[in-house]
Write a protein that binds this ligand. Structure first.
Ligand code: NAD
Ligand code: NAD
Lengths: 205, 205
C-alpha cells in the first residue's frame, strides 16, 4: 500500500494547493510545487504516483482537479464521528475546539473513568463511564477517538479503544503507545514543534 | 538561509536517528534513512547539506556524530524559558504538561487578561496580567511563548508578543496569524493530524 509517511504529507500538499487556488492559480508544475513545499519535484511526483495519475507530462498539474481528487482520497468531504476520552482540563478544551466541526469532525460522545466526572456535562455532551465505550461509541458510530488522559493511562485506554474497533486515535498524552498495524495513532507533540523553532533562537542567529 | 520547511523536518530526522542509535545501529546510508522516513535520498542529502558536510561518499552517515551535530544545530542541548499566555483550561493543562521539562523547555511565567484569573496560581506560577508581559517576561529571560487564548484574541496577543521581542510562538488557537519574517509561529493543528488518518478510514479501506 501507500507508505504512512506519504499519507501524512498529503494534508500539507492540500493546504498549499488550496492557497494557490485561492490566489487564482490554475496550473502548477512539480518544480513550482516543490519550491513551495521545499520538497524535490521527484518527491512530489513519487508521492502523488501512489494515488493516481495526475498532471500531464510537460504541462504540470491542474490545481482544482488535483485538489478535488486528493480531498476525496483523504476522505475530507465526509463527516466523521469523534469521541473524546479523558474530560479533564484538556478534554473540555477539546470538546469546545471550534476547528473540528467546519472540517466535518463531529464530537459526539465523551468518556472519563472518574466517578466524580462521569454524569457531568461538557459542551452539551453527557460524560459516560469509559467502561461503556464499546457500547456507547458503537451506537454513536464513532470512528475516531481523541485521547486526553494522563500519560500513565494512555496505553491502557488505547488498548480498550482498539478492542472496541477504533482504527484512528489522536493522542495528546505525552506517551508513545503501541497498537496493531491497522490502527492509526497520531500524537499531538508540542515538543517537536518547539524543537523546530529553537534553531532560529540559537546562538549564531 | 535555510528554508523553513527544511528546518521543520529536522526534528523528525532526529527522532529516526535516535531510534536507530537506541537499536545499536552505528552507520546509515541516505538510502536507508530515506526508506525509514519515506523521503528520497536526494531529499535527505539536500536537506542535510544546508547544515554542514555530513557523511562520507559511499560510506553513509555515522549516526552518533550526525545526531550530536543536528541536536547542537537545533539548539536542543540548551534550556529555554517559556511563557504561557491564556490560562484557561488548555493553558492550565499546558503548564502541567510533563513533556517540556525533560527536553529543556521550562515554563517560567503565566499570563492572562481576565481580572478574575490574574493573581491566581497555576502549577506553582502566579498568573500575571498580560499587559505586564514585556516587563515580566523580559525579567524572566523568556524566549518562547505558548498561546492558549481564544481564536479572536490570538492575533492581538501575538502582536504584543512580537512587540515585546519574542521570536518564537507555539500557537494552539485555531487561527492563522501574521508576524514579521524573523518571528517563528508554529500552530498546533489537530485537524491536520485527523486529516492524515481519514485516508485509512475511507470507503475502500
Ligand atoms: N499534546 C499537548 O499539546 C498537551 C497539552 C496539555 C496537556 N496534554 C496532556 O493531556 C492529558 C490531559 O491533561 P489534563 O491537564 O487535562 O489532565 P487532567 O488530569 O485535568 O484530566 C485527565 C482526565 O483523564 C481522566 N482519566 C484518567 N485515566 C483515565 C482512564 N483510564 N480512562 C478514562 N479517563 C481517564 C481523568 O479522570 C481526568 O478527568 C495529559 O496527558 C497531558 O499531559 C497534552
Ligand atoms: N490546538 C489544539 O489542539 C487545541 C485544543 C483545545 C483548545 N484549543 C484552543 O486553545 C484556546 C484556549 O482554549 P480553552 O478551552 O482553554 O479556553 P478558555 O476560555 O478556557 O481559556 C482562554 C483563556 O484565555 C484568556 N484570554 C482571552 N483573551 C486574552 C488576551 N487577549 N490576553 C491574555 N489572555 C486572554 C481568558 O481570560 C481565558 O483564561 C482556544 O483558542 C481553543 O480553541 C486548541
Amino acid at each position: 500500500g501507500v507508505p504512512e509517511v506519504v499519507v501524512e504529507r498529503l494534508p500539507q500538499y492540500l493546504r498549499a494547493l488550496a492557497h494557490l487556488k485561492e490566489s487564482g492559480i490554475e496550473v502548477i508544475s512539480s518544480q513550482q510545487l516543490g519550491d513551495l513545499l521545499q520538497v524535490t519535484p521527484a518527491q512530489i511526483r513519487k508521492d502523488l504516483s501512489y494515488f493516481g495519475r495526475f498532471g500531464k507530462q510537460g504541462r504540470g498539474y491542474a490545481i482544482s482537479n488535483l485538489l478535488a481528487q486528493l480531498r476525496s482520497i483523504l476522505g475530507l468531504d465526509q463527516t466523521w464521528n469523534v469521541a473524546v476520552v479523558g474530560i479533564g482540563r484538556l478534554g473540555r478544551a477539546i470538546i469546545s475546539y471550534p476547528g473540528f466541526e467546519p472540517e466535518g469532525f463531529r464530537i459526539v460522545c465523551a468518556f472519563d473513568s472518574d466517578k466524580a466526572v462521569v454524569g457531568q456535562w461538557a459542551g452539551g455532551l453527557m460524560i459516560h463511564d469509559f467502561s461503556t465505550f464499546k457500547k456507547v461509541a458503537g451506537a454513536e458510530g464513532v470512528q475516531i477517538a481523541v485521547v486526553a488522559v494522563p500519560a500513565a493511562a494512555a496505553q491502557d485506554v488505547i488498548d480498550q479503544l482498539v478492542d472496541a474497533g477504533i482504527k484512528a486515535v489522536l493522542n495528546y498524552a505525552p506517551k508513545s503507545t503501541l497498537a496493531p498495524a491497522d490502527v492509526r495513532i497520531r500524537n499531538v507533540d508540542p515538543v517537536v514543534a518547539l524543537q523546530s523553532m529553537t534553531y532560529y533562537l540559537s546562538a549564531a542567529r
